[in-house]
Design a protein around this ligand. Structure first.
Ligand code: PEP
Length: 259
């Protein structure tokens, strides 16, 4: 069940879109349109790495938080091209998206490598947004619950509610990401309920009742209200529609005000 204890959390995943100048305009537009709404929901922007320090300056003094889209699990070292949790934290990030399906698909991330990142993020003081979700083939084979079960159990292995207190999960069915094909509120809520039950089984009911679970996959202002009105859907992870300040505002308003 959705409880008052679970504040909505709506995050924009910009992926590899916008240059630094366009990104700064988008941050400014989002601040202008959503700053007052950030009183009713946690809002997070996740631009590319190159934008983080500029965005952090723009967002300082606002209630909108900053997140990154990936990180390396090691604290530092000879890993050319990689970025650590501490680098993100000291660039102004509070959140980091981990295990996005694009990273699993194009960069060979596994539940084990994602788990290393989750543990490293938590120990550095970053809040992971752990993404899970099934492919169309897996859904059609009736394997949705098995797939997300494994992603959550292996992704969160070795973490504890005490340190991962504000952990966020994102259910992102792969077939709905960037396709315009959105899960129905019933489909999404059913999986979210299952995810919450897994967290209860792994940890305890109290933590499961607090953990926030976002839905992601073709969220738009038109479908966001019905999704976030569901008891187990505590927010949205938004890709394409977060690249337009007015669409992002529309999604935030729909989440707060309902369908
Ligand atoms: C995403 O990339 O996390 C996502 C959900 O993308 P979109 O909203 O474009 O489907």
């Amino acid at each position: 069940m959705k409880t008052a204890a679970r504040r909505l959390i709506i995050a924009g995943n910009w992926k590899m879109h916008t240059d630094v100048v366009d990104g700064a305009s988008l941050v400014a537009g989002v601040i202008e349109r959503t700053e007052s709404l950030a009183l009713a929901a946690d809002l997070v922007l996740c631009p590319p790495f190159t934008h983080l320090t500029v965005a952090a300056t723009q967002l300082s003094g606002s209630s909108i938080s900053l997140g990154a889209q990936n990180m390396h699990p090691a604290p530092e070292g000879a890993f050319t091209g990689e970025v650590s949790a501490r680098m993100l934290l000291t660039s102004g990030c509070r959140y980091v998206i981990l295990g996005h399906s694009e990273r699993r698909t194009y960069f060979d991330e596994t539940n084990e490598s994602v788990n290393g990142k989750v543990r490293s993020a938590v120990s550095a003081g970053l809040t992971p947004i752990l993404c899970v979700g099934e492919t169309l083939e897996e859904r059609e084979a009736g394997r949705t619950e098995t797939v997300v079960d494994e992603q959550v159990r292996r992704g969160l292995a070795g973490t504890e509610p005490e340190t991962a207190d504000d952990l966020v999960l994102a259910y992102e069915p792969v077939w709905a990401i960037g396709t315009g094909r959105v899960a129905t509120p019933d489909q999404a809520d059913q999986v979210h309920g299952h995810l919450r039950a897994i967290v209860a089984d792994m940890f305890d009911d109290d933590f499961a009742g607090r953990v926030r679970i976002q839905y992601g996959g073709s969220v738009k202002p038109e479908n966001a209200g019905a999704l976030m009105a569901r008891p187990n859907i505590d927010g949205a992870l938004v890709g394409g529609a977060s690249l337009d300040a007015s669409s992002f505002e529309g999604i935030v308003r729909a989440g707060i005000e309902g369908p």
